[in-house]
Design a protein around this ligand. Sequence first.
Ligand SMILES: Nc1ncnc2c1ncn2[C@@H]1O[C@H](COP(=O)(O)OP(=O)(O)OP(=O)(O)O)[C@@H](O)[C@H]1O
Ligand SMILES: O=C(O)c1ccc[n+]([C@@H]2O[C@H](COP(=O)([O-])O)[C@@H](O)[C@H]2O)c1
Length: 225
Amino acid sequence: MSLTTSHSFSRPPPLLAFFGGTFDPIHFGHLKPVTSLAGQAGFDQVILLPNNVPPHRPQPEASSQQRLHMVELAVAGNPLFSVDSRELNVDTPSYTIETLATLRKEHGDDCPLAFIIGQDSLLTLHKWHRWGSLLDFCHLVVMARPGYQEQLDTPALQRWYDAHRVADAEKLKQKPAGFIYQANTPLLDISATEIRERRHAGLDCSDLLPSAVERYIESQGLYRE
Ligand SMILES: Nc1ncnc2c1ncn2[C@@H]1O[C@H](COP(=O)(O)OP(=O)(O)OP(=O)(O)O)[C@@H](O)[C@H]1O
Ligand SMILES: O=C(O)c1ccc[n+]([C@@H]2O[C@H](COP(=O)([O-])O)[C@@H](O)[C@H]2O)c1
């Protein structure tokens, strides 16, 4: 007699986190907190999403291809990270809600997706295109940033934040979208603006970004004129 038993072991879907930015250039203020966050929140992958046309800020100094190359160099050989260049293929402003809608279609309705932002981005989130619908597509994970207060000055934003905030990162795996998690990540007082300014002033930036990125910046003569 032969007994055939079929067991279906279904693994929980992975928790994917997207980290969008202008990355002009990428620096340790992006990489170190996000690496710590991935450990805390159990992210299976962090996908860096460089934009082409940032919606609410001056255009970047480095070209989109140079910024993409710097992002790739920064995470080369690190299995936690990958890079998604889709926003670079579009010449219109990179509205996050539109990218998230496409990502949701690709990953299906059940896969938990997170979008990572820094505290400065949270403070102005009510100016983002269709900001009130972002949580239909993803969770929002916020990293603290030195110099940026926790208090939200806009009542509608504060109400929305309070209604969706969860204290436990485990919750992010329990549904595909809809929560806000305020992460306790290391504080690094580094900005791309500071790096560009230091380069323009002929100052060293080696403590602020990966050496492969620094060498590329030097080889391209970026942020010097
Ligand atoms: N030091 C930092 N700590 C925490 N979050 C950060 C830090 N630097 C950038 N971020 C976050 O990373 C995302 C992408 O940032 P961005 O590429 O604009 O870097 P930036 O350093 O803020 O650039 P710039 O100085 O040119 O405005 C944003 O959500 C931002 O809030
Ligand atoms: O969708 C929007 O309206 C919107 C407005 C401002 C910023 N964003 C996104 O937020 C991320 C961080 O932006 P930035 O300007 O700090 O690099 C990046 O992915 C941007 O495309 C998105």
